[in-house]
Design a protein around this ligand. Structure first.
Ligand code: UGA
Length: 431
């Protein structure tokens, strides 16, 4: 059975959710407050880069519309899906003001059967929204928590073929309705109480971040012992109890989710009177790992003042144009404060109009960035790096020193191409 669904928020999550729900046959209105975003979407332009999303939106145009008007979105809606962002406040708690604005909008919806939250929220939010709906005379409207586990760059695939669909609800009918909306999605449904569903989301991201910080700590120990972290974690991850994913050492995690969710879970724990030691260390290891990248470069080439450093990659990971909490920001900031000139290359990112980005030069290609540079740093493992003629590029550099913050390149080959090649958790190779 298909439903009329209003999706609030046209960000990465809202657009993917809206497009995929339309693909499943539902009639979807996506509402956002950003005029330029809605205008672009109405004109057939997708304001973010996510593989397959533009095609999906175009293919489902007859069932997928966009609006600025909350009342227009809810007028016919049977289900409201909340996909607005929940950024951290100054205290580290999640800012739920946008979620509460959707609750207000939903109060006038005449056909509403369920109010479903996909935004990442602190545990206990569902209970508070349930109480607000009851007070507003909407006791008959079900509440659902349906956290998202899609990763940027593969979000459409993750939505359509997820490892699991988690549904938290206060009553069976709402859980069944949210499950029914997902008919056609290839993945198991796990239903539970609302607080547990809210906790699954925060725990999943914290656990993935923990795996990465652990991998980075092991990498740093490998550097002092002569072991090669790629070999170590490759073999460690072959144990099915541990798993090979998210054990890739580098300059650490970034993005719109891990940093925010780790801080939010920490705040949640502290608010409840518990000091989350492991989570605290996971965050600290990550912060240190970004800064350490520049320290390691300095250890190799000495003071950076007056030197030009090429930064290869700006986004927090490849396959996206997202710069939120990208390790590159900290690295570029540190390079500049050490007195280096910075030239950046990235195939997707738009250069932000604020510090430190306003002080960099932008190169159109990897080769252009490397030409004349005293050192280079791989910050995002874009596949384009594999196609570079590294031998030729080495000749064009003032000094062929390369710090590979993602272990994206082959040490031996880089040595053969003439580089002093420094990577994470592996021995430095010299020409
Ligand atoms: C993450 C989760 O993977 C999703 O399941 C979740 O739904 C999403 O957050 C969210 O909460 O919305 P995403 O932020 O798109 O997805 O990015 P990831 O692919 O998870 O990568 C996060 C960061 O970890 C990146 O900076 C990446 O470079 C880094 N990373 C990842 C490593 O340093 N090592 C690894 O082995 C894996």
């Amino acid at each position: 059975m298909t439903r009329r669904i209003a999706v609030f928020g046209a960000g990465y999550i809202g657009l993917v959710t809206g497009a995929c729900l339309a693909e499943l046959g539902h009639t979807v209105v996506v509402r956002d407050i950003a005029e330029d975003k809605v205008a672009a979407l109405r004109a057939g332009r997708v304001p973010i880069y996510e593989p397959g999303l533009a095609e999906l939106i175009a293919a489902n145009a007859e069932r997928l519309t966009f609006t600025l008007d909350a009342d227009e979105a809810t007028a016919e809606a049977e289900v409201v899906y909340v996909c607005v962002d929940t950024p951290p406040t100054a205290s580290g708690d999640a800012d739920l003001s946008r979620v509460w604005a959707v609750v207000d909008s939903a109060k006038g919806a005449a056909h509403l059967k369920a109010f479903v939250v996909k935004s990442t929220v602190p545990v206990g939010t569902g209970a508070r929204i349930r109480a607000a709906l009851d007070t507003a005379g909407l006791a008959g409207v079900g509440y659902g928590s349906n956290p998202e586990f899609t990763a940027e760059g593969r979000a459409v695939r993750d939505f359509m073929r997820p490892d699991r669909i988690v549904i938290g609800a206060f009553d069976e009918a709402t859980a069944a309705l949210v499950a029914e909306i997902h008919e056609g999605v290839d993945g198991p449904v796990i239903t539970m109480d609302v607080p547990s569903a809210e906790m699954v989301k925060l725990t999943s991201n914290a656990f993935l971040a923990t795996k990465i910080s652990f991998a980075n700590e092991i990498a740093n120990i490998c550097e002092t012992t002569g072991a090669d972290v790629t070999r170590v974690l490759g073999a460690v991850g072959a144990d099915h109890r541990l798993g090979k994913h998210f054990l890739h050492a580098g300059i650490g995690w970034g993005g719109s989710c891990f940093p925010k969710d780790a801080v939010a879970l920490k705040a949640l724990a502290s608010n409840g009177g518990y000091h989350p030691q492991i989570l605290t260390d996971v965050i600290e290891v990550n912060n240190h790992q970004r800064r350490r990248a520049v320290t390691r470069l300095k250890d190799e080439i000495g003071a950076l003042a007056g030197k030009t450093v090429a930064v290869l990659g700006m986004t927090f990971k490849p396959g996206t144009d997202d710069m939120r909490e990208a390790p590159s920001t900290v690295i570029v900031d540190r390079l500049l404060s050490e007195g280096a000139s910075v030239v950046c290359w990235d195939p997707m990112a738009r250069t932000p109009h604020h510090a430190p980005w306003t002080a960099i030069r932008r190169a159109e290609s990897v080769e252009e960035a490397l030409s004349g540079a005293h050192a280079a740093m791989v910050v995002t493992e874009w596949p384009q790096l594999q196609a570079v003629d590294w031998r030729l590029a080495a000749d064009s550099m003032a000094d062929a020193v390369l710090f590979d913050g993602r272990n994206a390149l082959e040490p031996e080959r880089m040595g053969e191409c003439g580089y002093t090649y420094i990577s994470v958790g592996r021995a430095t190779v010299r020409p």
